[in-house]
Design a protein around this ligand. Sequence first.
Ligand code: IMP
Length: 189
Amino acid sequence: MDLIFATGNQNKLIEINKIIPKNINIISFKDLKFDEEVPENENTIKKNAIYKAKYIYNKFNINVFSDDTGLEVETLNGEPGVYSARYAGSSCNSKDNIKKLLRKLENKKNRNARFKTIIALILDNKTYTFEGLVEGKILKNPIGKNGFGYDSVFSPSGYNKSFAELTLNEKNLISHRSLAIKKLINFIS
Ligand code: IMP
C-alpha cells in the first residue's frame, strides 16, 4: 500500500521509516519533488495534523498521513504546545526555542512535560487520527547529540537520559511519534 508521509522534516521521516512495515510504501516529499512549506496555522495540534494531511491529499490524490507534534509543559499551562515550532518567533530555530523554554522554567520546581503527537490519516477520502503521548521532565540544560527539536532537554519518565542521548531505536521504543504510528499501523493492517 502506498502512503505519503506529509512532512518536510527528515528526522521524522527517518524515525517513521524505522517502524513502518514493508507492506506500507512510504512516499516522501522528496519522491514527489514537493518542496513547499505546508501551512501550520491552526490553533490545536490535531487541527494542524488534519490540515496538513488534507492539503497533501487534495494536491496528489494519494492516501496520506501527517504528524503534528507539540511539547506541553505543565507549569506553563501546556505551552509551547501547538506553537512548539515557532515558540521563540517564526524565524527561530530549535536552539532559540530551547533557550526561551529554559528561561521560562528558571526557578520552577515543577518541570513535568509531555510530548504529544497527532497523526492524521486520510484513507480513501476519510480522516482518522491517532494520538501518542510520552511523559517526562524538562532538564536544566541541553544534553545529547541525537534526535532533533527539543530532544536534548526532554528526559522521558523512567530514564536518566535525554531523548538526545538515546539511540534512534531506543527513542522509537517509547516516543510519542512511535506510539501514534503504531496505532495507525494496527488500524490499517
Ligand atoms: P512539528 O510537528 O513539525 O510542527 O514540530 C513542532 C516542534 O516540535 C518543532 O520545533 C520540532 O522540532 C519539535 N518536535 C517535533 N517532534 C519532536 C521530537 O520527536 N522530539 C523533539 N522535538 C520535536
